[in-house]
Write a protein that binds this ligand. Structure first.
Ligand SMILES: Cc1ncc(COP(=O)(O)O)c(C=O)c1O
Length: 393
């Protein structure tokens, strides 16, 4: 019996080697990876630039020092994150929930600074923000919350893509300090915010003096063809939460502030022992520089569009919907389809299923068009066979 705590229903496979978008298991079987460790492995596996930079950093002997000292790698990483987000201040942490938790704290502090004794944050149905007590309370899923009550107070939930619901809250609740939105809901089933909705939400925030918090932990960092989804909509949020793809596999998160959120955190308001250490920051700098140098935003857009349109053409008529943006794609079936994950592994394709009935593709941003075509070639027969079997039953 394994001593690993039983918190995940794991598939019976262990990947032990990787190169590009390819993985090998313990028996030497080769797989095409269309999941990237859940949107994490931006540069795929064994990217030479990342291997070199991390190896050199480890050899230097200084992989951790703590935030008691200056960390030049952290300063370099923060400069890059400020540049790509268009915001001003970066707090580095170690995971997505830490990035959203810090964002929630920024919103509360901002509220207090404006004289709101019990600040509240508008959040969306079906959003996922993490599994700490505050972030699971912000998450719009009873499954995530059940058993962990009492929940943290101060969240008001509305449906996604519904500006009237937000306007109504604005009218009746004077405690609101911020809106937190996941512009493309990943765990919730690849639910895409309309760009005019995001712009409308931003306008309401401007008018009300609320912070706009964009949780781009899953959808951000180039996956949709721009660095961030809010850039498709054409405005600058006050807070951006990042993690997953930021360091191509090394655990890093970031809470980035600008606009009205700039300067809200003062010394002593927040901290992290590991956050922003030299090893992790080397991975951030190398990941972001490589995305730029190799034109991976344009690649994500081009390969993503190709996969999306091929899937729409080939199975769009037999599933509920094929939707996505760049290399963030969901195929919604009319029935639960979790068993497809194992069938995918058997066929040498790595993906997962979220929200019970949505096949989720989040490939590394280095995926080529030819590899993208192989994803489609492997996936389509699996979906067809699954649906045929259901129809026959
Ligand atoms: C949008 C979003 N926010 C926050 C999180 C939490 O990130 P982590 O699992 O690194 O704590 C996730 C994880 O899936 C996410 O998708």
């Amino acid at each position: 019996m394994s001593h690993v705590m039983n918190t995940y229903a794991r598939q019976p496979v262990a990947f032990v080697r990787g190169e590009g978008v390819w993985l090998w298991d313990e028996a030497g079987k080769k797989y095409l990876d269309a999941l990237a460790g859940i949107a994490v492995n931006t540069l795929g596996y064994a990217h030479p630039k990342l291997v070199k930079a991390l190896t050199e950093k480890i050899k230097s002997g200084v992989i951790h020092t703590s935030n008691l000292w200056r960390i030049p790698e952290q300063e370099a990483a923060a400069d890059r994150v400020a540049e790509i987000t268009g915001l001003d201040e970066v707090f580095f942490c170690n995971s997505g929930l830490e990035a959203t938790e810090a964002s929630i704290k920024v919103a509360r502090k901002y509220g207090h600074d404006r004289g709101i004794a019990e600040p509240a944050i508008i959040v969306m149905e079906k959003a996922f923000h993490g599994r700490s007590l505050a972030t699971l309370s912000a998450t719009g899923s009873r499954k995530v919350q059940a058993g962990f009550e009492p929940l943290v107070q101060g969240f008001v939930r509305v449906p996604l893509n519904d500006l009237d619901a937000v306007r109504q809250v604005a009218e009746h609740n004077k405690n609101i300090a911020a809106v937190m939105v996941e512009p493309i809901q990943g765990e919730g089933g690849i639910n895409i915010s309309r760009l005019d909705y995001l712009r409308g939400l931003f306008e309401i925030c401007q008018k009300q003096g609320w912070l706009f918090i964009s949780d781009e932990v899953q959808c951000g960092l180039g996956r949709t063809g721009k660095w961030f989804v809010y850039q498709h909509a054409g405005f600058q949020p006050d807070v951006v939460a990042l993690a997953k793809g930021l360091a191509s596999g090394v655990p890093v998160g970031a809470c980035v502030t600008g606009g009205r959120a700039k300067g809200v955190f003062k010394p002593g308001n927040h901290g992290s022992t590991f956050g922003g250490n030299p090893l992790a920051m080397t991975a951030v700098v190398t990941t972001l520089d490589t995305i730029k140098e190799e034109g991976l935003l344009a690649n994500a857009m081009r390969v993503g569009d190709m996969i999306l349109s091929s899937l729409q053409n080939q199975i769009g008529n037999v599933v509920s919907e094929v939707r996505g943006m760049g290399l963030m794609i969901g195929i919604e079936l009319k029935q639960p389809c979790g068993e497809l994950v194992l069938q995918g592994l058997q066929a040498g394709l790595v993906f997962n299923v979220t929200a019970d009935n949505v096949i989720r593709l989040l490939p590394p941003l280095v995926m080529s068009e030819a590899e993208g075509r192989q994803v489609v070639e492997r996936l389509v027969p699996l979906v067809r066979a699954f649906l045929d079997k259901r129809a026959a039953a």
